[in-house]
Design a protein around this ligand. Structure first.
Ligand SMILES: C[S@@+](CC[C@H](N)C(=O)[O-])C[C@H]1O[C@@H](n2cnc3c(N)ncnc32)[C@H](O)[C@@H]1O
Length: 242
């Protein structure tokens, strides 16, 4: 199965619970202020899923456009966000004209992508004003990057790669984009929420718990036991470019 088929299969499975499980996860990041949008802007999220990220722009934007590979995710998004335009497409081949959307974003999506440069170049082509990328980041330590990705793949077979901040800066520059601003925002999360039993199969939950117990400290994710659960640090990077 190619990686895009693995992504579609995983998100078809998770679509009905994903929106509730991840609701509010960008709430502390001040995304709208960071993106410098004015009212009346058109915003497209590539890999928009159920629209949690796009919903942040609901008060400012005159059009919210969700692009995703997985129809079931968009179907849930349409139930959650009034007036959402939903387009089933691959981020590497956006069915939009050059410079046709003011702000083109992707959030928590590039770690599902093996070759992100082609997607970032497409985002640049379609953006009239700016491109905003948000994704989880690893540390800059190679052993920690490898261990974090081993854990993430145990959790979710559609995971491709969590990258360090330096890799995102290079990707933007390779795509011909100029970085306007960047920020890394950290928050503490819990393993039980990350591996929510209502969404994940039992065998995956057990494999992830086992990894965290024995090798969690290799990942740079700062796992700490908390009763029967674990806390850990999630670092997300925001990069705004033109
Ligand atoms: C973790 S979800 C993020 C959803 C949303 N952006 C959010 O933050 O709530 C990742 C989404 O990216 C989509 N996706 C992955 N690879 C893609 C690609 N090449 N083109 C379009 N969508 C893709 C998946 O189908 C999934 O819905």
């Amino acid at each position: 199965m190619d990686h895009r088929s693995v992504v579609r299969k995983e998100f078809e499975r998770a679509a009905s619970t994903f929106g509730d499980r991840t609701q509010g996860r960008f709430g502390h990041m001040e995304v709208v202020a960071f993106s410098r949008v004015r009212s009346g802007t058109s915003v497209m999220d590539v890999g928009a899923g159920t629209g949690n990220f796009l919903a942040l722009f609901g008060e400012q934007a005159q059009a919210l456009i969700a692009v995703d590979l997985t129809p079931a995710m968009l179907y849930e998004g349409r139930k959650r966000l009034d007036g959402l335009w939903a387009v089933v497409a691959d981020g590497a081949l956006l069915p939009f004209a050059a410079a046709s959307i003011d702000l083109v974003t992707c959030a928590q999506m590039l770690h599902h992508v093996e070759e992100p440069l082609e997607i970032i170049k497409e985002m640049k082509r379609v953006a009239a004003l700016r491109v905003l990328i948000v994704d989880q980041v690893a540390t800059e330590d190679e052993a920690e990057i490898d261990a974090m990705n081993e854990l993430e793949k145990l959790r979710d077979p559609s995971h491709a790669l969590s990258r360090p901040p330096s890799a995102f800066r290079k990707l933007l520059s390779d795509a011909g984009l100029e970085l306007i601003d960047e920020r890394i925002v950290s928050s503490r999360d819990t393993l039980s929420k990350w591996m929510w039993p209502g969404e994940f199969p039992v065998d995956r939950i057990e494999a992830v718990h086992d990894f965290v117990e024995h090798r969690g400290n290799e990942t740079g994710m700062e796992f700490e036991p908390s009763g029967n659960d674990y806390d850990f640090t999630r670092r997300r990077m925001m990069l705004l470019a033109r």
